[in-house]
Ligand binder design. Structure first.
Ligand SMILES: [Zn+2]
Length: 145
């Protein structure tokens, strides 16, 4: 119980309230992220016409998740083009899927940079890629889990 109290206290210490530089709503601000879910949703929505998986059902699913980014505490589900991965190496084949490791050149979104008006990303990171069946349903089942 004491440990839990310490963790809560630590989180309060690193999170503080501030006003969003864009919409001026009061948001939680930490050294790691600037989470204004309302502005983040708008930015993702404004970008909808700039990417596609070439599969309408998959696109709609990703868009739906992006509009609910607040539910995922800033973890954004994105469509990443194959060309943004390097060093794709097989690491195993399970009974259902083939798995590869790869370097994702950009890395996941860290936060919005208000100065350059772009997402700040963590940079090159190692990720696991899983080959799933070619049917939409298989993809959607996989992501839904
Ligand atoms: Zn905002």
């Amino acid at each position: 119980m004491k440990e839990l109290e310490d963790i809560i206290r630590l989180q309060i210490a690193i999170m503080s309230k501030a006003s969003c530089p864009q919409c001026h709503r009061i948001i939680l601000w930490s050294v790691y992220s600037n989470l204004c879910n309302i502005c983040d949703c708008e930015r993702l929505e404004n970008d909808f016409s700039n990417w596609t998986s070439d599969n309408q059902q998959v696109d709609e699913f990703i868009k739906e998740l992006q509009l609910r980014v607040a539910d995922y505490q800033g973890n954004v589900v994105e469509w990443i083009p194959y060309a943004r991965f390097e060093n794709i190496t097989p690491i195993g084949k399970g009974s259902f899927a083939e798995v590869f490791k790869a370097d994702w050149l950009d890395g996941q979104i860290k936060k919005w940079n208000y100065d350059v008006k772009q997402w700040e990303r963590v940079g090159k990171m190692c990720v696991a890629l899983k080959v799933i069946g070619s049917s939409k349903d298989e993809f959607l089942n996989e992501v839904n889990e």
